[in-house]
Structures are given as structure tokens and as C-alpha cells.
Design a protein around this ligand. Structure first.
Ligand code: ZN
Length: 152
């Protein structure tokens, strides 16, 4: 950064405050010409949009995913740490993909892939909620599909 008046790089921060959670405002003084000016820094937030089944778009919310799993598998013996690990892995995977828009069905599939490896019945319970099973046939179909998902 250089002084806008004399191009000196010899600057001093005299005051710093966040004008919002997204912006940091800094009051600077040039050591050379003693003039003062203000700079603003924007903090870029990593955000992802999630497209829901009905087409609505929401901001990615890891806690919401965790709550969704928890709700479906609360009767199963899956520790909070395990759920936290699953959500963390999914979140990392999504962030690494660099996508800015993901479909909720894809997140659901990722959850299923992880759950199937830990607890098949838990995975089925989760699928029942997120796929809104209407009949026993739906359960059977999903069971077959989940069995193929995991070789174990
Ligand atoms: Zn200056």
C-alpha cells in the first residue's frame, strides 16, 4: 500500500475499526507527508448456495445438515463426535470442489455414503426422512441401493 498523496510506503495505522462484520476500516497516516486517509478491507466470506428440492435457494449451513442427520438417527447409537466428523468431511469436500452452488440432494447422497459406512440402519432412517419415503417399496429400493453403495 502506498500513500495516495506522495506515494510513500511509509504508512502508519492510527485507527482501526470494523464498520460491519464484512469490512474493516483503517485510518492511516503517511509518515512522509503526514496526510491522513482511510482504507477499507473487505473480508471475503466463503459461501455456498444450496438448491433445495422445491427450487428454493438457501445459504449452506453445516449446523442444519447436522441437525437433519441427528433428527433421523437420534435413536441410533451414533456419537456426536462421529456426526461432527461426517459433517466436517462433507463441508471440506464441498469447499474443495470449488462449487458455489450445490444441490441438497447431492448433500443428502454424501451424508448417505458416510452413514452407510457407519450404520446401515441409521443411513436408511436418514434416507427415509430426506427422500420422504411413501411406501415399503421405497424402503426396499433404498436398501438395495445402499447395499450396493458399500462393499462391506
Ligand atoms: Zn504521503
Amino acid at each position: 500500500m502506498i500513500c495516495p498523496f506522495c506515494n510513500s510506503q511509509n504508512l502508519r495505522v492510527i485507527d482501526k475499526r470494523s464498520s460491519s462484520t464484512q469490512t474493516i476500516r483503517r485510518r492511516r497516516e503517511c509518515e512522509n507527508c503526514k496526510k491522513r486517509f482511510t482504507t477499507y478491507e473487505r473480508i471475503e466470506k466463503v459461501t455456498m448456495q444450496v438448491v433445495k428440492r422445491d427450487g428454493r435457494v438457501e445459504e449452506f449451513d453445516r449446523e442444519k445438515i447436522k441437525r437433519g442427520i441427528l433428527k433421523a438417527v437420534k435413536k441410533r447409537d451414533i456419537s456426536d463426535q462421529t456426526l461432527e466428523d461426517i459433517v466436517h468431511e462433507i463441508e471440506q469436500q464441498l469447499l474443495n470442489s470449488g462449487k458455489q452452488v450445490v444441490r441438497s440432494v447431492d448433500i443428502g447422497e454424501m451424508v448417505l455414503t458416510h452413514l452407510t459406512q457407519i450404520d446401515k440402519l441409521g443411513a436408511l432412517l436418514f434416507a427415509a426422512v430426506y427422500k420422504e419415503f411413501k411406501s415399503l417399496e421405497d424402503v426396499e429400493k433404498e436398501l438395495n441401493r445402499l447395499s450396493k453403495k458399500n462393499i462391506n
